[in-house]
Design a protein around this ligand. Structure first.
Ligand SMILES: [Zn+2]
Length: 396
């Protein structure tokens, strides 16, 4: 992206009381309506902030309870969403009009103020609320390096709610040095886990079911059972050359998944997509040779498509990515009570096992080469909403 700033996000939970909760809830609901309204008006007409704002501002003000600045931001959000669609369409992808369902609301420096006492003041549809940032006690709370810094300044931020808890994704930026630009060494990473139950899961919690692939591969493998004995290499070649109905169907599913993974990387402005090392994937996942072919094909499709968008595709070491807790880093067999569940025996955090693995894979790329030094680097991992840096792992 052409941008003169390095941007980072610090994520923190907020301590809110009942009344504040109601105000924030109401604000999120009105924000979604405002963004939708502006998008409905601008879709097919215009997509720049300077066009969408004058077109939709009055209507957003009239038909929602958003304050003036939040109404402006909602028109900008609509402009950004429509621009994203146009870009994806120009890359040959199918797009449809954006809908705003995520429970979030954007803030800028006019609608949000951070204070030195660790509180934040947020505009709502009525009065401002002032609440405490519930920062981790640990010394390595990575948020501090931005909050306590003179180099980083606050920019656009996002409030989001999950399971009744409010999280603030505080955007920070600092000017780029002359020589700096986002590169593979220094960018945002999307982690991807491959498997049988879920064909692919991203660190941003996008799931692609593996059921269709498994079903069709099973049929195919049954028919071609004889090939199994003739050795993997020729079996792979036969699969490559096959034009059977099942194979065509599986290829369609893989194309759909690889497009979606690249779209996800674009949406989160990732510079790198990280997979686990595919070499021993059969041992780890219990995959059949057909599955291994499917994983390899998916990987190559992603690599091919991502290249056109300037995104690198990498493999990282796969050791323990399924047993490590993405929250606290504790690694143990006992963390995996079943194939699909992850439950950390140390910090008790629970997650879908493949989603946990996807975050570990992405994080492994972010942290590569950092074990032996205190270098923190500038890479970060794309998560479901917002991102974390290499020095912190806060769930969003
Ligand atoms: Zn843990």
């Amino acid at each position: 992206m052409a941008d003169d700033y390095v941007r980072r996000t610090a994520i923190t939970r907020l301590s809110v009381d009942g009344e504040q909760r109601e105000l924030l809830e109401e604000t999120i609901s009105e924000w979604k309506r405002g963004c939708q309204l502006a998008t409905d008006m601008a879709w097919g007409n215009c997509n720049t902030k300077s066009d969408v704002q004058p077109l939709a501002y009055d209507d957003v003000r009239e038909h929602t309870d958003l304050g003036s600045q939040h109404a402006i931001l909602a028109t900008h959000q609509a402009a950004q969403a429509i621009t994203g669609c146009i870009e994806r369409r120009s890359n040959g992808r199918k797009v449809s009009k954006p809908t705003f369902t995520a429970p979030t609301v954007k803030y800028d420096t006019r609608t949000m103020s951070l204070f030195d006492d660790g509180t934040v003041s947020l505009s709502t549809t009525k009065s401002r609320v002032r609440c405490e940032l519930a920062l981790p006690d640990a010394d390595d709370g990575y948020q501090r390096q931005y909050l306590d810094s003179d180099t980083w300044s606050v920019t656009e931020s996002t409030l989001t709610v999950r399971d009744g808890d409010y999280f603030l994704h505080i955007g920070f930026r600092r000017p780029k040095n002359d020589t700096e630009r986002n590169t593979v060494e220094d960018g945002t990473v999307l982690g991807v886990d491959l498997g049988i139950e879920n064909l692919a899961v991203t660190s941003t919690a996008n799931f692609f079911s593996g059921r269709e692939v498994t079903h069709d591969l099973r049929d195919f493998e049954k028919v071609r059972a004889g090939l199994h004995q003739t050795g993997t290499r020729s079996a792979h070649r036969t699969l490559e050359q096959s034009s059977g109905r099942e194979l065509r169907y599986i290829r369609d599913v893989l194309h759909h998944a690889s497009n979606a993974i690249v779209d996800e990387a674009l949406r989160y402005e990732c510079d790198v997509i990280a997979f686990e090392d595919l070499t021993h994937i059969r041992d780890r996942t219990g995959a059949s040779w057909g599955h291994k072919w499917a994983f390899r094909t998916l990987y190559e499709q992603v690599e091919y498509k991502a290249e056109a968008d300037g995104i690198s595709v990498k493999q990282v070491g796969s050791a323990d990515t399924s047993k490590r807790c993405a929250e606290c880093g504790f690694t143990a067999d006992e963390n995996r009570p079943t194939r699909t569940e992850f439950r950390c025996v140390k910090c008790e955090s629970e997650a879908n096992a493949d989603y946990n693995a996807a975050k570990n894979i992405g994080m492994r790329y972010v942290r590569r080469g950092q074990q032996s030094s205190r270098r923190t680097g500038n890479s970060q991992l794309a998560l479901k909403s917002g991102v974390v840096t290499s020095s912190g792992f806060v769930e969003t």
